[in-house]
Design a protein around this ligand. Structure first.
Ligand SMILES: *[C@@H]1O[C@H](CO)[C@@H](O)[C@H](O)[C@H]1NC(C)=O
Ligand SMILES: *[C@@H]1O[C@H](CO)[C@@H](O)[C@H](O)[C@H]1NC(C)=O
Ligand SMILES: *[C@@H]1O[C@H](CO)[C@@H](O)[C@H](O)[C@H]1NC(C)=O
Length: 412
């Protein structure tokens, strides 16, 4: 069995990679004298092929030659790269409206995803309403406070999964090393599932949860894979790499599953059965516009899209109030529950730190560490942990939190 999330989250690009990438379809006929400098590239394709596997590093090296503002021709798309914090801040402060929209990859226009989602929407009424609902109902401190028990339960689950995985590995003659990122992902995914739909989505026994997860991975991967049709818009009709077609097929599967949750809820509500505690899905379904800004109500299609989107945004990005609670709790739990070890003879300075890029930066090879003792269940009071293990886990968490490359190897 292999879990693969080579993902790429459109929502986190600037945060994670640490530079601001702005793709602008600039007005034709603008004098090239107004543009920032940049490498010439080759005819037709421009600098597409010069970017390499790690474009953020290539761009950083270019900045030494051309300065913090770079101009790139990528196929037919002109791209300006800003690699200076104060310039980026100025750009967003003084030109926030023109830069508010993002370039939507062709693959994410499948099912009109971009028109229903928060991350890919154009700046306007629909976006403002979604943003408000999310920040008021889903991500605020008060709501988070209500999830204390839930978070504790998810921590217990995570510890159990780690223990089981480690034992399985040992039983099969392996080293018992675990890849933490995988369990962090499962935990975060279920957390989002509970906040939105009041249920765990990933249980080993639930085949739909697994299917949802697998298709979601493909969707994330497709959303972040360079697509020639994005650089040569005329090719969108043909979709030469079949990326949009694959996206539609995979989205059909996730939509089928998530729309079932929505339908079930709608049926319950019609029968007068309401949730004891309102979750995010209830909030979306109950939304009514004020007739001024945004839609009058959320269509079922758009509810499905938002639910789907929250899974790949919420389970992966640093949604602040959420992450703020969960990251600390998770580190403390991991430190408290096990004694960790890098494996025989491996020193911290030997940890391999190569990276690979989707839209988010990930460790090329996921970190694996070994746990020794039987787990101690999380308690309310946490004892101070060894600074070394603490910093190791911090590094590991921060690396895995964004990218979460999930590869579980089976040993025989
Ligand atoms: C960013 O640009 C500003 C203005 O050009 C300059 O003062 C500042 O030193 C630059 N910062 C970095 C980190 O290069
Ligand atoms: C969150 O819960 C804690 C303890 O249960 C309480 O002291 C605090 O006031 C709560 N915060 C909010 C914003 O409800
Ligand atoms: C999802 O997309 C992948 C290619 O990225 C494709 O191989 C797979 O068949 C698609 N899944 C479905 C259910 O169509």
């Amino acid at each position: 069995m292999e879990w693969a999330l080579s993902s790429v989250n459109p929502l986190t690009i600037s945060l994670t990679v640490g530079f601001v990438l702005l793709i602008l379809n600039f007005l034709k006929g603008k004098k090239s004298g107004d543009r920032p400098p940049g490498p010439k590239g080759i005819p037709i394709f421009g600098s597409m092929f010069q970017l390499g596997d790690l474009p953020h590093q290539t761009m950083y090296h270019w900045s030494k030659t051309y300065g913090p503002l770079l101009w790139l021709n990528l196929g037919q798309v002109n791209t300006m790269i800003v690699q200076n914090a104060s310039t980026a801040a100025e750009l967003f402060k003084k030109h926030d409206v023109p830069f508010a929209d993002r370039k939507v990859p062709d693959a994410l226009t499948a099912y009109n995803f971009n028109a229903g989602s928060l991350g890919m929407n154009t700046f306007g009424g629909h976006w403002r309403v979604l943003r408000r609902l999310c920040s008021m109902e889903f991500l605020v401190n008060k709501r988070m406070n209500e999830t204390t028990e839930l978070r504790m339960r998810l921590m217990h689950d995570m510890i159990r999964w780690i223990e089981e995985d480690s034992k399985t590995s040992l039983a099969q003659g392996g080293t018992g090393a675990v890849q933490l990122s995988r369990f962090l992902f499962l935990m975060a995914f279920n957390l989002v599932g509970n906040l939105m739909l009041s249920r765990d989505l990933l249980d080993a026994k639930d085949p739909e949860g697994k299917e949802f997860f697998d298709c979601m991975n493909v969707i994330l991967e497709l959303a972040g894979t360079p697509n020639i049709a994005d650089f040569f818009p005329a090719l969108k009709l043909i979709d030469p790499l079949g990326m949009k077609r694959n996206m539609i097929r995979n989205m059909t599967r996730t939509m089928k599953i998530s729309s079932k949750f929505v339908q079930e809820r709608l049926d319950n509500r019609k029968a007068g059965k309401f949730q004891e505690k309102k979750d995010f899905l209830d909030v979306l379904l109950e939304y009514e516009g004020d007739g001024k800004d945004g839609p009058d109500r959320m269509t079922e299609h758009n509810v499905n899209i938002v639910i789907m989107e929250m899974f790949f945004a919420g389970s992966e990005t640093t949604r602040f109030p959420l992450a703020h609670r969960v990251v600390h709790l998770t580190i403390a739990t991991l430190v408290q529950a096990f004694d960790w070890d890098l494996g025989a003879g491996v020193k911290p300075e030997h940890i391999e730190m190569q990276e690979r890029l989707g839209l988010t930066l990930r460790k090329k090879n996921p970190l694996k560490i070994t746990r020794h003792n039987e787990p101690i269940r999380p308690r309310a009071c946490l004892s101070p942990a060894s600074p070394f293990i603490m910093s190791l886990l911090l590094v590991c968490l921060s690396l895995s939190w964004h990218g979460l490359p999930l590869h579980q190897q089976h040993r025989h």
